[in-house]
Design a protein around this ligand. Structure first.
Ligand SMILES: Cc1cc2nc3c(=O)[nH]c(=O)nc-3n(C[C@H](O)[C@H](O)[C@H](O)COP(=O)(O)O)c2cc1C
Length: 140
């Protein structure tokens, strides 16, 4: 049976809410990287985070730097930000590439910054992200 993990790092709780919804959709526990700093084995790992001054949170990068391609096979990045780019966790992606861990998709949704996109991600954004994560988990 395939092992699927969900980890997140968060500053304003959007990633925690997204990770919890994904966890519920695929029946996996969503773990905060600060509470669970030791990577666990996963065939598929969802890495959920926001973007801050163009970057991922240092604790998320630190977690990813400790991953090993013999333990984690494939990753789905899940990113909320005000940016509309389709590729947002570029620093996380770079570390994963160096480690030979494949990123099969980046699911993106709106986040907010001060008055920019206030209220996002909303319930519908979170539902859409969880539905896409479930599809990926079922088909991987
Ligand atoms: C201090 C701060 C800086 C941010 N910088 C950016 C940024 O550079 N680019 C962007 O697209 N979004 C930026 N955002 C928006 C966040 O990426 C977005 O709200 C995300 O959903 C936050 O996730 P979190 O609640 O899990 O921390 C920033 C938000 C905060 C609070």
């Amino acid at each position: 049976m395939n092992q699927i993990g969900v980890i997140y790092a968060t500053k304003t709780s959007h990633s925690q809410r997204l990770a919890a919804a994904i966890g519920e959709a695929i029946q996996a526990k969503a773990e905060n990287v600060t509470a669970n700093p030791s990577p666990f084995p996963a065939d598929l790992l969802f890495i959920v985070g926001g973007i801050y001054a163009g970057k991922s949170l240092p604790e998320l990068i630190n977690y990813v730097e400790n991953l090993d391609s013999s333990q984690v096979k494939k990753v789905v990045l899940v990113t909320s930000s005000v940016s509309t780019s389709k590729r947002r966790q570029s620093d996380t992606r770079k570390v994963l590439k160096e480690k030979g861990i494949e990123v099969i998709e980046e699911i993106t949704c709106p986040g907010s910054l001060l008055f920019l996109k206030l209220g996002r991600p909303n319930a519908s954004d979170i539902k859409n992200v969880a539905a896409r994560a479930k599809q990926i988990a079922e088909n991987h």
